[in-house]
Ligand binder design. Structure first.
Ligand code: HEC
Length: 111
């Protein structure tokens, strides 16, 4: 099976639970630019997003905001004391949000 078919299959499998509601994709190696260290950071960010950001409002689809808007959205949540994040959690969360919201993270150099 080709790589793209495999990722399509993984995408569809994750969709059964997540995509029906909003687009909050599971991090992929592709999203991490091929780096497994980055991938594990993105996975932590993904867990933080799903675990800490869905209590009051529905999760926003990741593409709803670009990385700057995410940064200010998260800063707003923190300053309104809606959410408490360790510096590391915040960093990983923002990494995840900007990597997953970028339309073509893997093909855009310098991202
Ligand atoms: C304790 C409840 C609560 C939690 C937890 C929470 N939010 Fe919110 N969020 C709100 C409320 C209330 C608003 C509306 C605030 C406003 O517009 O002034 C909001 C609005 C937002 C907005 C829109 C901001 C804007 O200016 O339009 C974003 C983006 C957002 N939240 C992201 C997040 C993220 C990311 C997390 C997790 C880190 C999170 N929220 C966790 C309560 C919460």
């Amino acid at each position: 099976m080709s790589r793209s078919l495999q990722s399509l299959a993984a995408f569809l499998a994750s969709c059964i639970t997540a995509c029906a509601v909003v687009h909050v994709p599971e991090p992929t190696l592709e999203m991490a630019g091929g780096s497994s260290a980055t991938l594990s950071e993105l996975q932590s960010g993904y867990r933080t997003y799903r675990g800490k950001c869905s209590g009051c409002h529905a999760l926003f689809p990741v593409e709803e905001y670009d990385s700057e808007e995410w940064e200010s959205g998260v800063a707003k949540m923190i300053s309104l004391k809606k959410v408490k994040l360790q510096p590391e959690e915040r960093e990983q969360l923002l990494k995840y949000l900007s990597a997953s919201s970028a339309p073509a993270a893997s093909s855009a150099p310098g991202r």
